[in-house]
Design a protein. Structure first.
Length: 308
């Protein structure tokens, strides 16, 4: 909304919390371009001893007015076509069949990845002298040829021109569906750096015995996150920006805070222990500030469709 300042994460969280007395807020995020997403954990009903059924997983709010836009249970098709893409994402990721569905899709993606390299190899000419000069014909379509040659050229040239995109989809599918079984061990040896997924798995194992919070103090989380980010900004020489995400990670039993860097299309994030401010994990908002291997993991993750 031009000329009108956006509400802060604290204001958005407070307005959303007032609307959901039976839920505990645990995540407030700005979702570009024009909405905020607030997520809740259901409280326990004292009369039954069971969690309340909130009927949704997220509330979408206008970040300028604080007006509630919609309540949505992710991937629930009974709420309409608005959940079609999240449902298709779940279908694509794991065939709606949990861990085994994920592994099955990952194995198919692995065969697809191998097949893409075999297909690339088959486009090279059989003779080595002047190989790239002869390979040039594989990228072209001979329109005045017969139907057999035209069909061959179309299949081969389109495959070559689209090969980088095919490779990215195949790689990202293997990464997202066979992380712990294949992707993390292999990339750790190749790049000398562990993925975010592997690092978080270790952190969650280490923090398993930590005492969970009963209530998410998102005002404290934002203030402490801003302080810790300002310390990193002073060391690395970037200007701090506006908070874009604050959450409580139930598995890490820690706060997560993200901030949009001013004048750049990048975000910095920091994960820290409530009360002590101990930093468990930090991701710099400066492009290239970190290990190459982690940049590869991040780039492939960005190529995937975002969940709804």
């Amino acid at each position: 909304m031009p000329g009108v300042p956006r509400l802060s994460l604290i204001e958005l969280g407070e307005r959303a919390q007032q609307r959901v007395p039976n839920g505990t807020l645990f995540s407030v995020a700005i979702s570009p371009p024009d909405q905020a997403v607030v997520r809740f954990q259901p409280k326990v009903d004292p009369s039954t001893g069971k969690p309340y059924d909130l009927g949704f997983t997220a509330i979408f709010i206008d970040p300028w007015t604080g007006q509630e836009l919609v309540r949505r249970r992710r991937a629930d098709l009974s709420q309409g076509l608005i959940n079609l893409m999240p449902w298709m994402r779940d279908l694509h990721d794991k065939l709606l069949n949990g861990v085994w569905g994920t592994r099955f899709v990952g194995i198919i993606a692995l065969f697809w990845l191998i097949d893409s390299f075999v297909a690339l190899y088959l486009t090279f000419p059989p003779t080595l002298p002047n190989i790239f000069r002869h390979w040039k014909t594989s990228w072209l379509i001979k329109t005045n040829a017969g139907s057999y040659r035209l069909n061959l050229d179309l299949h081969r040239s389109f495959g070559l021109w689209l090969w980088p995109m095919i490779l990215i989809f195949a790689l990202s599918s293997v990464m997202n569906n066979l992380r712990s079984e294949l992707w993390d061990p292999v990339t750790a040896k190749v790049f000398g750096a562990r993925s975010t997924h592997a690092e978080l798995a270790d952190l969650r194992a280490e923090r398993q015995s930590a005492t969970p919070l009963r209530e998410f103090d998102f005002k404290y989380a934002i203030a402490e996150g801003k302080r810790l980010m300002a310390e990193r900004a002073a060391k690395e020489g970037f200007a701090t920006g506006e908070p874009s995400l604050v959450l409580y990670d139930f598995q890490l039993k820690a706060y997560g805070y993200s901030e949009s860097l001013r004048g750049r299309f990048s975000e910095g994030s920091i994960t820290f222990v409530p009360g002590t401010g101990q930093v468990l994990r930090y991701v710099s908002p400066i492009a290239g500030h970190g290990h190459f291997g982690r940049s590869v993991h991040g780039a492939l993750a960005e190529c995937e469709l975002a969940p709804g």
